[in-house]
Design a protein around this ligand. Structure first.
Ligand SMILES: N[C@@H](CCC(=O)N[C@@H](CS)C(=O)NCC(=O)O)C(=O)O
Length: 239
């Protein structure tokens, strides 16, 4: 039976971390909210978010239906898919380590979101531009290097090309997506930092070259980055 992924239809956002795992696994899935309303669409997603009959409702998308299970939180969905599709180590220590790395990526993603929305998600970017400028300056000089150097250090110690060693995991797919997003949002700052994180850059290249992902990235299923998503390009913030 095909998985059902529920996520906002216009953006990569956090849903993309799940899409990458599904695509790499070659799993059958339906991106429900991207379908017309008569075949599901956003109304179907809203019914699962708001429906009183839903026993385990998610607070926010993405969430995934797998048979009777309805699973929310990006890192939780990946924990589930990783075990089912050999995208995580099979031993407990390795599973927990991969989950820990994914949660760290989730923290980074939250900080990326806050560069353009430092005050409130409910306000427009234009209403918080001055604060966004200050927040982004700190993100680019302090937080982004700290996170990416951390992952560089993890790769240096992993004993393989990937974060958890020689086996590709969903955390590698997510780190690939982070590099893609940062290159889009902050091309100048990211290009400077990349000179200091060769292992992260190599991992990005290795993931991009995987046959299933290469096919996905070139397909219409891959939504282009845009200024509605998490990784947004505002030229005045980059530098
Ligand atoms: N921690 C959650 C965050 C989910 C989340 O913030 N989803 C966003 C879209 S990327 C959303 O729709 N948020 C609505 C809200 O927070 O009210 C995860 O990693 O899945």
């Amino acid at each position: 039976m095909a998985y059902e992924l529920y996520y906002w239809p216009e953006i990569q956002g956090r849903g993309e971390f799940v899409r990458l795992a599904l695509e790499e696994a070659g799993a059958k899935y339906v991106d429900v909210a991207r379908r017309p309303a008569k075949a599901g669409g956003v109304p179907a997603m809203m019914r699962l978010l708001d429906g009183v009959e839903v026993k385990h409702p998610s607070f926010a998308p993405p969430f995934l239906r797998s048979g009777k299970l309805l699973i929310g939180q990006t890192a939780n969905i990946l924990l589930y898919l990783g075990a089912r599709h050999a995208l995580a180590p099979s031993n407990e220590a390795g599973r927990l380590w991969t989950h820990q790395l994914q949660l760290t990526i989730a923290d980074l993603v939250g900080e990326v979101h806050d560069t353009h929305h430092p005050i409130a998600s409910s306000l427009f970017y234009d209403d918080q531009r001055a604060e966004a400028q200050r927040r982004t300056a700190d993100f680019l000089t302090s937080r982004m290097p700290k996170y990416l150097r951390y992952f560089e250090g993890v790769l240096a110690r992993s004993g393989g090309r990937y974060l958890a060693g020689r086996q590709l995991t969903y955390a590698d797919l997510s780190l690939f997506q982070v590099v893609e997003g940062l290159r889009y949002a902050f091309p100048k700052a990211t290009a400077r930092l990349e000179k200091k994180i060769p292992r992260v850059v190599d991992l990005h290249r290795a993931v991009a070259g995987r046959p299933r992902l290469r096919a996905y990235l070139g397909s219409e299923r891959r939504i282009a980055f845009n200024e509605l998503g998490i990784f947004r390009h505002y030229a005045e913030l980059d530098g």
